[in-house]
Write a protein that binds this ligand. Sequence first.
Ligand SMILES: [Zn+2]
Length: 114
Amino acid sequence: MGNCKHESCGDAEKVWLPYEFEGRSRGLKPHSYCVLCGVVKNISPDKAKPMGYYTNILARLGITKVQIRLIAKGLEKTDFDDAYFMTRPEQEEVFIRAVKKYSKVREDEIRAFL
Ligand SMILES: [Zn+2]
């Protein structure tokens, strides 16, 4: 992970894994994985959004610039916007945790912007 450019395995090497969409299990599907770092590719349409989507939300939450900087820094340390394997619901959980860590914004207020 980290700075991996991700290179998917071939069709023959795909692994059958549980597939979730909109929070519900939809049985097994063949997944690619990265031959360089080993992470399994997200094949759900719930793809991660770019960091800019979330920094826009931060700007609208009515928190200070310092808080925004701390939250953005915290997110950058994770593989937050790596769309190869991050899904939108996973990303939202990480985002909410980071915002709550550095501000007093309530979870339902954050979710209203997601
Ligand atoms: Zn990789």
